[in-house]
Design a protein around this ligand. Structure first.
Ligand SMILES: Cc1cc2nc3c(=O)[nH]c(=O)nc-3n(C[C@H](O)[C@H](O)[C@H](O)COP(=O)(O)O)c2cc1C
Length: 201
């Protein structure tokens, strides 16, 4: 089993999503000791915004020399994604969506003819068969049925995007309301850690 461990919080000390992805990956490793783990830290090594040159390069066009290193990183990101069986993503809510570093990485995964295609039958995701576990952290509360639920463009976006690539086995380990006082934060983190252990075991 190949595990791809992706962190995107811009914080290191005190990041709850990083704590949760570490718990999830450690539990997965306990259950499958032979599993390999590739860790990507998108805050420490961000990919740049997508440009026309990146799109061209993905379709085989010559790469401008200024973009060579970035395009190589992009190819590596896609290869790691395609090779993985289980993907664990730390995805804090930033301004109702995901960190732009995570979005930049996702932009490199959507490659026509590789991870998705449109045909006469419509859209087809080509990267199915993988399991995705998202460690979702939020200052407020946005779960289904709550007054702020319509403002969730983080979990809903991740579900839609990876569904577009064919990944439908998606689970969320969620710590929300972490900005609503120390007790709310401690309870949310404890519950998420229990959920992480149960899910990954
Ligand atoms: C730049 C930034 C933007 C944020 N935007 C939101 C937001 O829109 N809604 C929300 O509920 N919390 C928001 N938060 C709070 C984070 O979601 C929360 O602190 C979470 O724990 C961050 O994940 P981390 O602990 O892994 O860094 C924001 C935090 C930061 C740093």
């Amino acid at each position: 089993m190949k595990i791809l461990h992706v962190d995107s919080s811009i914080l290191s000390e005190g990041s709850i999503s990083r704590q949760l992805t570490a718990e999830i990956v450690a539990t997965l490793k306990q259950a499958a000791p032979g599993a390999t783990v590739t860790h990507i830290d998108l805050a420490a090594a961000p990919l740049t915004h997508l440009t026309a040159a990146h799109l061209g390069a993905a379709q085989g066009a010559p790469v401008p020399s200024a973009l060579e290193a970035d395009v190589a990183a992009s190819k590596g990101a896609l290869a790691d994604f395609l090779a993985s069986d289980v993907i664990v993503i730390g995805a804090p809510m930033y301004n109702f969506s995901v960190p732009s570093q995570l979005k930049a990485w996702m932009d490199r995964l959507a490659v026509a003819g590789v991870t998705f295609r449109y045909s006469e039958k419509g859209l087809e995701g080509l990267a199915g068969g993988k399991k995705l576990i998202v460690a979702s952290t939020r200052g407020g509360v946005f779960s289904a049925g709550t007054p702020m639920a319509a403002l969730d463009h983080q979990e809903s976006y991740l579900t839609a995007f990876f569904g577009f690539l064919g990944i439908t086995d998606v689970s969320f380990v969620r710590a929300e309301g972490v900005a609503m006082g120390p007790e709310a934060k401690a309870n949310a983190v404890d519950a998420a850690i229990r959920q992480a252990h149960a899910l990954a075991a």
